[in-house]
Design a protein around this ligand. Structure first.
Ligand SMILES: C[S@@+](CC[C@H](N)C(=O)[O-])C[C@H]1O[C@@H](n2cnc3c(N)ncnc32)[C@H](O)[C@@H]1O
Length: 418
C-alpha cells in the first residue's frame, strides 16, 4: 500500500509510464490516477512526463551502474528515481527508499531487484555530469526524415529544445491588460516561465486571453481576418484559432469531428465572451451555404512539432498512419479550396516538423490547382529565415532558443484565383 504524499505520486507516475509503454498517451489515461488527491495527480503527471523527456540521459546513468539491463518495469522505477534526483532535485534519501518500496510492489522479480535498485540509486544520486549528457534522441522513424530535412546539427538543436520543455504562452484579446511578469513576444503572444496556475492568473475569469503556443497563434494572424468576413475554421477544436478569428470580428464557423473537443471549444468561447457557429462534422462532408471569404485549415497531422509539450509522443508512435494523414491533408486542402469564393484565401497549417505535411503539401496543391498562389508571410515579429522557398512559414522548436523556443509548425497562405 502506497504511503500518502510522494509515494502515491511515484506509484501513479509508474502506472502512467507503463501505460505509455503499451501505446497510450499521457493525456489519454483518465482512470490511471483515480483516487489520488489532485496535488498528487499533478505530481505524478509531471514526474511521468519528465521521466520520459529525460529517459535517454537516465538510461546513460543507469547503464554506467549496472552490469545487466534490468527488466522493463524495474528499469522504469530506476529511471523515475534518477530523473527525480538529478533533474528535479529531489533529495536522494527519500527517492531511494521510495523506489525500493515501489520495486517491491512489482511481484517476485521486483522483490528480487530491490537490493539492486537501492545500490544503483544510491550511486546515481552522486552522479556528476548530468547536465552534459546528450538529450533524449528521437526514434529513428522520425529522426531519419528530420535529419534529411534539416541536417544533423538542427536535429540535435531540436532535441535540446525538447529537453527544455515549453513555457506557457497566452494570446491576448485585443486591448487586454498585460499579465504581470509575462514577456511580450515579438509576434504578439505573452510568455510566462516557471510553474503557473492558469486559472489563478489575472484576466482568466474575464476571458482576457487564452492559452496558445506562440507558434500556434501565427496561422490565424497569417489569415489576417477582417471584421464581418465569413470564415470557416476547419478542424477547429479546442478552438485557439477560432477565438482569434472571432476576436478579430469575423463571422466564424468552427467545424470539428470531435464532440468532446468541441465542448472545450464552446467553453473557451463562453469564457472569452466570443461567438462562433459550431458544427460537429467531418470537414469533408461540410459545405457552407455560400462560398467563404477565407478558410483556416489546421489539419490533423503527426503532431511532431509538439513533442516538447508531449514527451510521450515519440514512445507511443512508430510512424504508422502518417501516409494516410498526408493523403487526408491533401484531400482537405482541395475541399477547403472548393468552398472558397474566387479570390478567397486559405491558410493551411499543421503542427508537424515533417515537410511532407507542410512544404510538400503546398507545392503539390500548387501543381493540382492552376492559378493558386502562395502569399509570402509579412507578419510582425517573424524572422526572414523562417520563410520557406515556396513562401510558407516553417517554425521549429529550436527557434527563439534563448526565449524558451516554440512549437514546430508549418503554415502557408494560399490565394484562390479570382
Ligand atoms: C490540430 S487539432 C486542431 C487544433 C485547433 N485548430 C486549435 O487551434 O485549437 C486537429 C483537429 O482536427 C480534428 N479532426 C480530425 N479529423 C477531422 C475531420 N475529418 N473533420 C473534422 N475535424 C477533424 C480533430 O478532432 C482535432 O480537433
Amino acid at each position: 500500500m502506497a504511503k500518502p504524499g510522494g509515494d502515491m505520486a511515484r506509484q501513479g507516475a509508474l502506472r502512467l509510464i507503463q501505460n505509455v509503454r503499451e501505446g497510450r498517451s499521457l493525456a489519454d489515461q483518465p482512470g490511471a490516477l483515480r483516487g489520488l488527491p489532485a496535488p498528487e495527480q499533478a505530481r505524478a503527471a509531471r514526474l511521468a512526463a519528465e521521466t520520459l523527456r529525460h529517459q535517454g540521459r537516465a538510461d546513460a546513468v543507469i547503464a554506467s551502474l549496472v552490469s545487466r539491463k534490468p527488466v522493463p518495469q524495474v528499469l522504469d522505477v530506476l529511471r523515475l528515481g534518477v530523473v527525480e534526483m538529478l533533474e528535479l532535485g529531489a533529495p536522494a534519501h527519500g527517492v531511494v527508499g521510495a523506489a525500493v518500496d515501489l520495486t517491491k510492489t512489482l511481484g517476485k522479480r521486483g522483490q528480487a531487484a530491490a537490493g539492486m535498485v537501492n545500490a544503483v540509486l544510491r550511486k546515481a544520486g552522486g552522479f556528476q555530469g548530468w547536465a552534459a549528457l546528450p538529450p533524449q534522441e528521437l526514434p529513428e522513424w522520425l529522426r531519419g526524415p528530420l535529419v534529411e530535412a534539416y541536417g544533423a546539427d538542427v536535429m540535435r538543436a531540436i532535441e535540446a529544445a525538447h529537453q527544455q520543455g515549453a513555457p506557457l504562452d497566452l494570446t491576448p484579446s485585443p486591448g487586454a491588460a498585460p499579465v504581470p511578469d509575462a514577456e511580450a513576444l515579438p509576434t504578439g503572444s505573452w510568455r510566462l516561465t516557471g510553474p503557473v496556475q492558469v486559472s489563478a492568473l489575472p484576466g482568466f475569469d474575464a476571458g482576457a486571453w487564452w492559452v496558445q503556443d506562440a507558434a500556434a497563434a501565427l496561422p490565424a494572424r497569417l489569415l489576417d481576418p477582417q471584421p464581418g468576413e465569413r470564415i470557416a475554421d476547419l478542424c477547429a477544436a479546442p478552438g485557439g484559432k477560432t477565438l482569434q478569428l472571432a476576436a478579430a470580428g469575423a463571422e466564424v464557423t468552427a467545424v470539428d469531428i470531435s464532440e468532446p473537443r468541441l465542448r472545450r471549444l464552446r467553453e473557451n468561447l463562453q469564457r472569452c465572451k466570443l461567438a462562433a457557429r459550431i458544427v460537429a462534422a467531418d470537414v469533408l462532408d461540410w459545405r457552407p451555404e455560400a462560398p467563404l471569404d477565407a478558410v483556416l485549415l489546421d489539419a490533423p497531422c503527426s503532431a511532431t512539432g509538439t513533442i516538447r509539450r508531449h514527451p510521450d509522443l515519440p514512445f507511443i508512435r512508430d510512424g504508422h498512419g502518417i501516409a494516410e494523414l498526408i493523403e487526408l491533408q491533401a484531400t482537405m486542402i482541395d475541399h477547403a479550396l472548393s468552398i472558397l469564393r474566387p479570390g478567397g484565401r486559405l491558410v493551411f497549417a499543421t503542427c508537424s516538423l515533417i515537410p511532407d505535411e507542410g512544404e510538400v503539401q503546398v507545392e503539390e496543391a500548387l501543381a493540382r490547382h492552376p492559378g493558386l498562389a502562395v502569399e509570402r508571410p509579412d507578419l510582425t515579429g517573424i524572422e526572414p529565415g523562417w520563410i520557406t522557398e515556396e513562401g510558407g512559414l516553417r517554425l521549429r522548436p529550436d527557434f527563439w532558443a534563448d526565449r524558451g523556443g516554440m512549437d514546430g509548425f508549418y503554415m502557408a497562405r494560399l490565394r484562390k484565383p479570382s
